[in-house]
Structure formats: C-alpha cells, structure tokens
Design a protein around this ligand. Sequence first.
Ligand code: PMP
Length: 361
Amino acid sequence: MTQRIYNFNAGPAALPLPVLEHIQEEMLDFRGSGMSILEVSHRSKWFEDVLDDTTARIKRLLKLDDRYHVLFLQGGASMQFCMVPMNLAVAGKPVDYVDTGTWSTKAIKEARIQGLDVRVVASSQEKEFTYIPKEVPSDGKAAYLHLTSNNTIRGTQWRLFPDSAGIPIVCDMSSDIFSRIFDPAPFGLIYAGAQKNAGPAGVTLVIVRDDMLERVPATLPTMLKYTTYVEKKSMFNTPPTFAIYVMGLVTQWIEETVGGIEKMEGVNNRKAALLYDYLDSQNFYRGTAMPDSRSFMNVTFRLPTEELEQKFIKESLASGLGGLKGHRSVGGCRASIYNAVPTEAVQALVDFMKEFARKNG
Ligand code: PMP
C-alpha cells in the first residue's frame, strides 16, 4: 500500500482519489481498445467519446447554453493572456483590466505588448493585492473587461462578480473553476489551466460565447485563433488527449460522486470556514487577505517569523501535510484547498496548526 499525504499544493494539485484509481484500473486496456488511453489515436471513436463526454459534462456543470463553445487548448492559462487580446480586441476600443495580482498583471502586460489601449480600471496593488476592489468603473466603451476570479498567490477571490454594464467579461478562472455556482451570462470568455481544480497540467479549458467569435481577425495565425478550435472541435492538431481524459473523469466525479456543483460548493464552503474560523480565533497565525476578499481555494497566512514558517513547512510535511509553502514571490504559507482536497485533510491541517502554535507560541 502506497502512502499518500494530504496534498495542499497550489498546482499541479491534488486529484480526487477515485479518479486516480479509475485511471489505474483502465490504464492497460482502455474500454476494450486493447491499448491505454495514452496510446489510442485522437481520431479514434474511443477518444472522440472522451472528448464529447467531457464537453457535455462541462456544459452541464456550468449550465452553459448553446451559445457557449467548450475548447481544449495548450499553452497553459498564460497563453490566454496573449490570445484573449489578439482575438477579442475591437479596433478603436479600449480593453479594461482589473489588477488583483501576479496573474492579472501578466495578462495586462501581454495586452500592452500588442499596443492596445489597456485601461486598468481597478487595482489593489497599493495594498499588496490583499483585497478585491469594491468598485469597477465602466464607461461602456471597452471591448471587454478582464478579471482573475481567484488570485492563487495572494489568496483573494471575487466572492461576487462586478456588474460590467453589458461589457463582456473575460475571466481567468484557473484556480476556482468548478468550485462554485455562478451565472455564465455576463461572460464572453472563460479560461482555466486545468492543473488546479480541473485535471492535470497540459490542457487549458476555454469557454467562448458565439458573439465573441465574430471579432477574431482573419490575419491571426491559424493555431492562435479561437475559431480554429471551434471549427475543428479542438482537433486542428493533436490535442492533449490524456489531460482531456482526466478532466473528463474529474468532471464525472463532481457530477456523479459529489453530486454536482451546488454540493461541491457546499463542501468547499465548509472547508474554508474550518480554516478561516480557526485563523480568526487565535493570534499566532495571521491571514494575509482581507476577510471580505478571502479565497475559498487558496488560504494564505503568515507565522510570527520566517524561521517559524520554515519550521512549520518542514514539520507539517513530516506529519503528512504537503505543499504548504507560500508562492516564492510572497513567502509565508498557503494551503490550497481545491475541490479534490477532502474535509479531513483540512481538519488534519487545523489540528496540526493548533499543536504547532501551542508548542511554538
Ligand atoms: N492564472 C492563474 C490564476 C494561475 O493560478 C496560474 C498558475 N498558477 C496561471 C494563470 C498560469 O497558468 P499556466 O501555468 O497554466 O500558464
């Protein structure tokens, strides 16, 4: 029996155990093909079924109507930082961005490289990105408004999306897709690297609404046009077959084992409350995000000194709790409690934190 730890990695991150077991079970003979999923042709019926099933599950889970196309791309969420402005900018119109930390900042940089009129309409930079801006002004002129729904590094999350006054929202949901219910209507495009809440690294989910496709310039290289992926059902070239297959199993797990996004959100709320209630009840650890902007996916906190933080990370790992080191750009500690992290893992973390504070406080 292999020894698995409680995995609090930020991404690649924990996958549901039943998904890993399912992969293991059908690894050598994928559904009667006599081959593994890694070896079947992407043009085969076996893979076509995987792609169709995964697409249908994503549409059901997110309650997407027929105007939305579900696409599977490569290049990570980072590739979307440049593809979004390339495809969705409109001549003569500005593009609006909210800067809530590293990943938003990178998205802004890529739009600026393209020489667009980029307006940062709200930012929390002056307080080290510890909160989500309350006001997002709109004059109704932008081609789109770009948001990062969950800020993986700073541990902040849009609890409610702002009113964009009819401007299509483009949203990087890399670290909270499938974690909660939201109304897709204001979104023109959603993208998410899979390796946090949706599957393994190697595939990026892009959900794009029909009307956005009219903007795609004919002059873009074929591989960089969203229309190519729509027209060719994400199979213009070889797609990341294994990653899509695993994303299919993860969405199946949410639908059939957890019981849907509503149930998933309930579990996530309870997990986050467990950890934040503890953080609020003591003063050894200090949460870094403002309470009304806290992420339910990435819980960031500091200890009294950096020495204690190092000790905490080392000793937690020795106790079977992995991945609690904060992002290298900000330091401190971070517990990523994505969908696949079970409640008992969060309880084990809180128990460890209590004991550590008692010994070192
Ligand atoms: N956006 C967010 C919110 C992220 O957390 C990350 C990765 N940590 C990225 C974008 C970049 O993703 P990728 O590595 O897939 O390019």
